[in-house]
Design a protein around this ligand. Structure first.
Ligand code: FAD
Ligand code: NAP
Length: 494
């Protein structure tokens, strides 16, 4: 551990202050850290939607607060860059709002800094009045079944990271030589994966999909994708817009077992509205004869996808030589209870689905960031009340690490505004102790310098962005993502 810096005690005498640190340029000239009423120094950990929406709300509703955003990757925006499907560019428009926030004179972006490794939460606590933990849910949930680690089985998280250019996943190189793929899980991520596997190449090549993924998908032999759910059609986790997109995917037809949907029409009127509309679409698509045009379209399709209900995975089956996956064993289930909260229970019957390509798409998972920060391992969240971390004054949380790995960007926005509001109330009420000034980013930069970590500023990111956009332009894509961290850092090296 590096020696303690003097800033922790008396900022003005810090020997490293005043050094021409390239990364200090946006600290904001003329701000006094030792004025009578200290400027609130706040930091946010994570630059996904939660981090940016929290920062946006704080900056908008407090005229002096300084908000620094720490991000472990050299590039910002979290799952907006590395999760949202490449063929959904409109969703990524939120980046424009985030960019406005980052360009604020009172906001600093410090990328390439992993909190918990390069700097501890405790060090941040000494440098800031308040810390908002918005570091998402980066890990995957595991099925916990035999064979899960066999080659041929991929987690949705890794596969999504691979096609979206996440540096950690650039060598995934999934084997797409199987004609059938099985996706375990029936959420929107499962639909994203099905669409990526089945989309015509001419649609994908105009997106920001990572180049190696585009090449691998062009060689893919996958023709049929099953999405397997442990519960029934009334419990699917995907949403109507995404289902409609899948039903209409060019070159691809849906396959249904009509018996799965019999009788559902009669109970539609009793369902809550979003579930009602979703089920209506499912029932219509599965049970109604398609019109002539649609019938012709479906007949001409060479790829297909289907929903398999009431099946819970119990084992991945190995090939004869035991070296890779050759199928999945499913327990046939029935429901206990009804509606959203119905629970699947095994009937005792099993069924094997042969296939060489299996995706586990059963959700993401947050991890603890520091032994000093409360964490509920079962729920995978930081315990909190309206974003205030329980038993840890000055600590807050927002986004997926606050409420678990579900919800779209707008859900995350609302939730982050709530957390920011709690923090602002605590500033106003005095619950947040402002009696001592805090050095904020300048002090943390010193520490990072001593540790050989060079943070990436937002204008550094804009250089990376410009290169990616220019490379993309050459091949008709919105951007060609740089896939490794070293190359990103070289672009901004000083
Ligand atoms: P994240 O977006 O994951 O951001 C967390 C950030 O924290 C990351 O940048 C991460 O690198 C950083 N971080 C992690 N650990 C550290 C650390 N120790 N130190 C510093 N930084 C750290 N929603 C939609 O509305 N539309 C969509 O089309 C859509 N598609 C999705 C596709 C996928 C595959 C997934 C998984 C989700 C999708 N969502 C979509 C949901 C949406 O992405 C989430 O609601 C949102 O990203 C959650 O925001 P977050 O900031 O909590 O987490
Ligand atoms: P999700 O919506 O929670 O879906 C997870 C799926 O996995 C569910 O079908 C769930 O079934 C199943 N599952 C969980 N544990 C299982 C187990 N042990 N065995 C078998 N099946 C299991 O998660 P997600 O698809 O990862 O999506 C995460 C969030 O991001 C969601 O809120 C989603 O809407 C959002 N997102 C949005 C978009 C978009 O807007 N286009 C795109 C991608 C993601 P049960 O219901 O039975 O638990």
């Amino acid at each position: 551990m590096a020696p303690r810096c003097s800033w922790m005690w008396r900022l003005p005498r810090c020997p490293l202050l005043g050094r021409n640190l390239s990364t200090t340029r946006r600290l904001g000239a003329g701000r006094s850290l030792s004025s009578k009423s200290p400027t609130p120094q706040i930091c946010v950990v994570g630059s996904g939607p939660a981090g940016f929406y929290t920062a946006q709300h704080l900056l908008k509703h407090h005229s002096e607060a300084i908000v620094d955003i720490y991000e472990k990757l050299p590039v910002p925006f979290g799952l907006v860059r590395f999760g949202v499907a490449p063929d959904h560019p409109e969703v990524k428009n939120v980046i424009n709002t985030f960019t406005q926030t980052a360009r604020s004179e009172r906001c600093n972006f410090l990328g390439n800094v992993t909190v918990g490794r390069d700097v501890t939460v405790e060090e941040l606590q000494r440098a800031y009045h308040a810390i908002v933990l918005s570091y998402g849910a980066e890990d995957k949930k595991e099925l916990g079944i035999p064979g899960e680690k066999l080659p041929g089985v991929y987690s949705a998280r890794d596969f999504v990271g691979w096609y979206n250019g996440l540096p950690d996943n650039r060598y995934l190189s999934p084997d797409l030589s199987s004609e059938t793929a099985v996706i375990l899980g029936q959420g929107n991520v499962a639909l994203d994966i099905a669409r990526m596997l089945l989309s015509p190449l001419e649609l994908l090549e105009k997106t920001d999909v990572a180049q190696p993924a585009l090449e691998a998908l062009s060689q893919s032999r996958v023709k049929k994708v099953w999405l397997v759910g442990r519960r029934g059609p009334l419990q699917v986790a995907f949403t109507i817009k995404e289902l409609r997109e899948m039903i209409n995917l060019p070159g691809t037809r849906p396959i249904y077992d009509p018996s799965d949907f019999q009788g559902l029409g009669d109970i539609l009127k009793d369902l809550p509205r979003p579930r009602k509309r979703l089920t209506e679409l499912l029932v219509k698509s599965a049970l109604e004869e398609p019109g002539e045009k649609e019938a012709v379209r479906r007949a001409q399709c060479t790829r297909e996808w289907g929903l398999r209900f009431f099946r819970s995975p119990i084992a991945v089956l190995p090939s004869e030589d035991g070296k890779r996956a050759s199928g999945v064993r499913l327990s046939v289930t029935r429901l206990e209870g009804s509606g959203e909260s119905a629970v699947s229970v095994p009937t005792g019957e099993t069924e094997d689905m042969p296939c060489g390509l299996i995706f586990s798409s059963i959700g993401y998972r947050s991890v603890p960031i520091s032994p000093g920060v409360p964490f509920l391992p079962r729920q995978g969240i930081i315990p909190n009340s309206m974003g205030r971390v329980l038993g840890a004054p000055g600590l807050y949380c927002s986004g997926w690490v606050k409420r678990g790995p579900t919800g779209v960007i707008t859900t995350t926005m609302t939730d982050s505004f709530d957390t920011a509001q709690s923090l602002l109330e605590d500033l106003k009420s005095g619950a947040l102790n402002l009696s001592n000034s805090r050095p904020g980013a300048s002090a943390i930069r010193e520490l990072l310098l001593l540790r050989g970590v060079d943070p990436v500023s937002f204008s550094d990111w804009e250089k990376i962005d410009a290169v990616e956009t220019a490379q993309g332009l050459k091949v008709g894509k919105p951007r060609e993502k740089i896939l490794n961290t070293e190359e990103m850092l070289q672009l901004v090296s000083r």
